[in-house]
Design a protein around this ligand. Structure first.
Ligand SMILES: [Zn+2]
Length: 101
């Protein structure tokens, strides 16, 4: 999936949202389901597809807006896309939780 260049230590900002996009931890339902924070790992676009970083960042129609044709972490367009998408996921996650309270 996402290719991280060798010199990524210089390129990667120490950014909370960015780290989650790269590691797949934090906001993806595939991860939240694994740690018991969500009942299902499936994406909001389909019950049959898990909300993994690869799916969300590369395939999911719900997050296609502003998605660069090629994800390249050395480019700011990719970094902005990753950060904004992870922020969106957190927002959705918060709204879901509120709905279930
Ligand atoms: Zn999806």
């Amino acid at each position: 999936m996402l290719s991280v260049p060798k010199e990524s230590n210089e390129v990667l900002p120490q950014n909370f949202f960015m780290a989650q996009a790269v590691t797949g931890k934090g906001c993806f339902d595939s991860y939240l389901a694994k740690i018991g924070r969500r009942e299902t790992a499936s994406c909001r676009c389909s019950r049959n597809i898990d909300e993994t970083p690869q799916h969300v960042l590369e395939e999911c129609p719900l997050y296609a807006k502003d998605r660069p044709a090629q994800l390249n972490i050395a480019e700011s367009s990719t970094r902005n896309y990753l950060i904004n998408t992870v922020k969106t996921l957190w927002k959705l996650e918060r709204e879901d939780r509120r709905r279930h309270e």
